[in-house]
Design a protein around this ligand. Sequence first.
Ligand code: F6P
Length: 321
Amino acid sequence: MKRIGVLTSGGDAPGMNAAVRAVVRTATARGIEVMGVKRGYAGMIDGDFVKLGARDVANTIQRGGTILLTARCKPFMTLEGRERAAKQLRSVGIEGLVVIGGDGSFHGAHFLSVEHGFPVVGVPGTIDNDLFGTDYTIGYDTAVNTALQAIDRIRDTAASHERLFIIEVMGRHAGFIALDVGIAGGAEDVLIPERPETLDEVVEIVRASAAKGKTSSIIIVAEGYEGGGIKVMEAISKATGLDARVSILGHVQRGGSPSARDRILASQMGYGAVEALLKGISDVMIGVVHDKTVHVPLEETWTKRKDVSLELRELAKTLAL
Ligand code: F6P
């Protein structure tokens, strides 16, 4: 293998640049050239490639977002789109590909590998942490800490005004961020898609907490829970008459300089991806489980489900006493 490509795809996540850097420097150290693919699969279809040497990724390990740019690309979901993309890769001599992204990006990578025999390795980059086969995904740790800082600030206002705050955090289908920040932020309740608590039950929890003498509380809602934070706030206000407020943290959770943990994880995974391609391993995601690098078939990352910890769910409930 003389030349490989690297791209970032789907939602950006802090630490993606650290992963790109690790791919470029590991490959360069092994005498392999790297081409960056701009704007994910959209740039691949358009042939938007840029040569990346060791110096081109200097000063990027601490930067949020992705220097390669990213996109969610509909044409790549079609046979024709992938055919065109594979031709573009081959026309510039790219013989293997590292795809940094979430499950949507991995679907695309898997089909590229199956339909065109193209060597592909995935690196999990998403703040949602919802990919099977790895303890953590790149960006998750930073997102949790960003959300937690915001929650601590909102708590000041909640306490001062003796108010109930409903705070919505990201997580389209998963409650990993919500559960972690719920425990670390001392929330009254954590509402996640994996444990569909009914709105009536939530209202009961709010009533019980007021009866215990609590004058201010925070409820964390994952965006994937029922109708999200606004629906929860409306249900509580209607049933209790409380002057509750809702705060949707949104994309602030995706930005910012990656934490040390995310930089290290991204470096380990980017390195692992190049090593895997060189060993002829393809159609896998690089995971890190108990600090060890593992190879997980790409298909398993979305067909198998990573569950939130039952122990943490129980802990969140108990400590909300
Ligand atoms: O998958 C990461 C994520 O941040 C989800 O938590 C969220 O639902 C989604 O991306 C938002 O995507 P967009 O940036 O396209 O609005």
